[in-house]
Write a new protein. Structure first.
Lengths: 517, 264
């Protein structure tokens, strides 16, 4: 569908107009690939002084469109007419030369952008000031960080004369302070009546900066108009299609490692996500079914999440993750890993529950993340990162992570470490397999490969005889571990599992979910 | 109009070349001087090669350096649009400025050599021919041919990536078809008259003869009867005009399509 462009008239806007009529761009056939139309029949009128955001998924044709406006690519069909000098900011100062200094690059870059020598000399001071590079301007560009390059690139463009500025998804790289500065400069341009055409994945930026937005999909203009409406249209588009199709998981494969740490402890307490479905409330219940976030080790725990879907959501999955207060990933089940397929959410309220049979965690403080993801865990609809807390009561002088159930008794034979029943010595175990360990004396500590103490097991002295520690099910998740008998030699062992999981310990659990009619 | 950009591109090229070496631009003088020294030791002292036209070391120097300028420019230019694609994808500017800037940078690099040649020739042959006044003309023609060919090759390479290797082979062939290290008289004696005239139609034969006429006192007498000054200048000049027109036509035809092929 092509909507006809609406004219937004502003005073003194003779300059800076962009008139695209029926623009199409074909990339010629390459080998077995057929001709590819990156853009088809795009018509758009931008008046002078307008700020317009072009949004769309990766590969929708945004960059091609901007390239055509900036004159770098020529349209295969249709016409692009510009009322003034257009500058483009693509890919972080792509024309920079690492061998040259920042200063030399300013001159080269500005010359490429069409500035003459007097203009560059007049603006050089302002460019360096704006970039905040200081004496670094004399250093070869090869020594710059990506952020510094971006700052220099933006500073050059932002200080040259132009009527139309085209910016392609580049402003997300600088630090927050510089981003702010860029944003302010863009607002200055808007006030000065310059035409700005930007693409970004930051919908916030679109809504804050742009007077109008256009949505591209598969090379066509599918919507255009008031930013908020177009952004909503884009979100609906994201929902209606699978965002990413990865290879199918192989069921036979053994998993040898899991995620063992939280991504970023400092972002705990944040709520993220695209908000097609939002988490309204999260509650935890103890063994008696009472709302409570203090339990005892080995007791059940139920996490109940109420959410509302603002739109139809296809194939979502639910996830709950438990972290120790220092970021150690305890366990993070989700419905995808567990094979609970959720076909889709209707618009309206709903809930899901995760019930752990036995929380095998040692006493301490824990954080819980709750999320509703799209199918492949690439896009969170709503993600409350480390937002909830619970604690396990009791003393934990050795700072253990786990309280795995075990029995200790006297040994019969001389094997140090063995599988129960068959009694065969080995050092690779399946998660939840029964495992026996023979030791001369206690205590015995189990560490994760990265040095996190999982559990310290004290056994009664047996007067010189060897003791056996029996785990009815060893719930450690895939990865490398070390077992350390006090005064003895450490021994490595590995855990594997036939399904993916996150964290350190497998906690038996059940999912339930439902949605009101 | 984009003169400032051209200057900046030439400066970029030279700066990248001479920034890191401690001796910097001095190498533009030192490198050819070292070559001259080696030629002198090998050909004048050790092998004692003698030709009628001029001392062999001087004869070789006049051709080998101008050939070097030509070959170096083309080899660097052929891939230059691909090499500079980041630059090209940043803003709209005429693509041909890049091969032209490379040719100009190579020419600037060649100038110290010419100065050295003039000085050595003056002392060795006790004087300079009057034709020295035409040296700027031959340089201009040579530059025009090189720039035009650079433009054409760089655009062709964007579509046809085998060109780099084909060019290497073609340049090697052309090297032997041009009297870089042998005297013209040798060709005249061994080829039938018709083939020799064809040989003279090679514009680079004219260019090299022209350089030598300008630089080597007494050289003109050896080529006068086969290629007088008018022919010597006319063949390369016509060729230069042809190459430049072809480059202009080819660029106008291809300019909208070049960027489509630069991504891969």
């Amino acid at each position: 569908m092509i909507t006809s462009p609406t004219e937004i008239k502003r005073p003194n806007t003779a300059q800076g107009t962009v008139e695209l009529s029926g623009v199409g761009k074909k990339y010629p056939a390459q080998g077995k690939l057929a001709d590819f139309w990156a853009l088809r029949d795009v018509s758009l009128t931008v008046s002078g002084g307008e700020v317009i955001g072009i949004i769309g998924r990766n590969g929708a044709g945004k960059t091609t469109l901007l390239n055509i406006i900036a004159g770098i690519l020529s349209a295969t069909e249709g016409k692009a007419a510009l009322g003034g000098r257009a500058l483009g900011l693509f890919n972080l100062g792509v024309g920079f030369q690492d061998e040259l200094s920042g200063r030399e690059n300013v001159f080269l870059n500005a010359a490429i952008l069409g500035a003459d020598k007097p203009e560059i000399e007049a603006k050089f001071g302002a460019i360096v000031d704006f970039s905040e590079l200081g004496d670094f301007i004399k250093m070869p560009l090869g020594t710059y960080s990506q952020g510094m390059r971006l700052r220099l690139a933006f500073s050059i463009v932002a200080n040259l004369e132009f009527d139309i500025l085209v910016i392609d998804e580049v402003l997300a790289v600088g630090d927050a302070l510089f981003q702010n500065k860029c944003f302010e400069r863009l607002m200055d341009f808007r006030r000065a009546g310059k035409t700005l055409i930007i693409t970004t994945q930051s919908m916030e930026l679109i809504e804050r900066l742009c007077g109008r937005a256009a949505l591209l999909d598969h090379g066509s203009l599918v919507a255009e108009g008031e930013p908020r409406q177009v952004v909503n249209r884009y979100r609906a588009l994201l929902n209606s299609e699978k965002f990413f199709v990865g290879p199918e998981r192989k069921a036979e494969k053994l998993f040898t490692d899991t995620k063992k740490w939280a991504d970023d402890v400092s972002s705990w307490g944040q709520k993220l996500g695209a908000k097609e479905a939002v988490i309204d409330a999260v509650k935890m219940f103890n063994r008696l079914g009472l709302s409570c976030n203090r339990i005892k080790s080995g007791e059940p725990l139920k996490v109940r999440v109420d959410f509302s879907a603002r739109d139809i959501v296809k194939e979502p999955h639910f996830g709950v993750a438990i972290f120790r207060a220092d970021g150690v990933y305890c366990y993070g089940p989700n419905t995808e890993f567990d094979g609970c397929r959720i076909p889709g959410l209707k618009k309206g309220r709903g809930w899901f529950e995760l019930r752990f049979e036995k929380v095998l965690l040692a006493p301490g403080e824990y954080r819980v993340s709750v999320a509703i993801w799209d199918k492949k865990e690439t896009l969170a609809y709503d993600y409350h990162n480390g937002y909830y807390r619970f604690s396990v009561r009791g003393d934990n002088p050795a700072s253990e992570l786990l309280r795995l159930p075990f029995k200790a008794c006297l040994a019969r034979q001389g094997l140090e470490q063995s599988q129960g029943g068959k009694g065969k010595e080995k050092d690779v175990f399946m998660t939840n397999e029964p495992v026996e360990i023979e030791v001369l004396s206690g205590p015995v500590s189990i560490f994760r490969d990265d040095g996190i103490l999982c559990q310290k097991i004290t056994i009664p002295s047996a007067g010189g005889r060897r003791s056996r520690i029996i785990f009815p099910w060893l719930a450690l998740l895939p990865g490398k571990y070390k077992i350390f008998p006090e005064g003895g030699q450490p021994r490595d062992f590995r855990m594997v599992f036939n399904r993916p999981d996150h964290g350190t310990v497998y906690l038996r659990h059940q999912w339930k979910w439902g949605q009101a009619r | 109009m984009r003169l400032n950009l051209l200057i900046n591109l030439v400066i970029r090229d030279l700066k990248i070349r001479y920034r890191r070496p401690a001796l910097g631009f001095l190498w533009a003088f030192l490198a050819p001087l070292l070559t001259v020294l080696i030629f002198y030791l090998v050909f004048a002292r050790f092998l004692k090669v003698k030709i009628a036209e001029a001392p062999f070391t001087l004869y070789l120097m006049t051709s080998i350096f101008s050939w070097g300028f030509f070959q170096g420019s083309l080899s660097a230019s052929v891939t230059c649009l691909m090499d500079s694609r980041n630059l090209i994808k940043e803003a709209k500017f005429p693509h041909y400025l890049i091969p032209v800037s490379i040719t100009l940078a190579n020419a600037i690099n060649f100038l110290p050599v010419l100065i050295i040649l003039v000085i050595i020739s003056f002392f060795w042959l006790r004087g300079l021919p009057v034709f020295i006044l035409a040296l700027p003309l031959v340089l201009a023609i040579h530059l025009a041919i090189t720039a035009g060919m650079s433009i054409i090759l760089s655009i062709l390479y964007v579509r046809w990536r085998d060109l780099k290797y084909v060019l290497d082979a073609a340049l090697a062939l052309l090297f032997y078809l041009t009297p870089v290290f042998y005297p013209l008289a040798l060709v005249k004696d061994s080829l039938p008259r018709k083939l020799f005239l064809l040989y003279l139609a090679n514009p680079f034969v004219g260019i090299l003869n022209f350089y030598r006429t300008c630089l080597l006192k007494g050289f003109y007498g050896f080529v006068r009867e086969d290629a007088g000054l008018p022919e010597m200048a006319a063949v390369p000049l016509i060729f230069a005009l042809l190459v430049l027109s072809l480059a202009a036509w080819f660029y106008a035809k291809q300019k909208d399509r070049i960027n489509d092929y630069l991504s891969y």
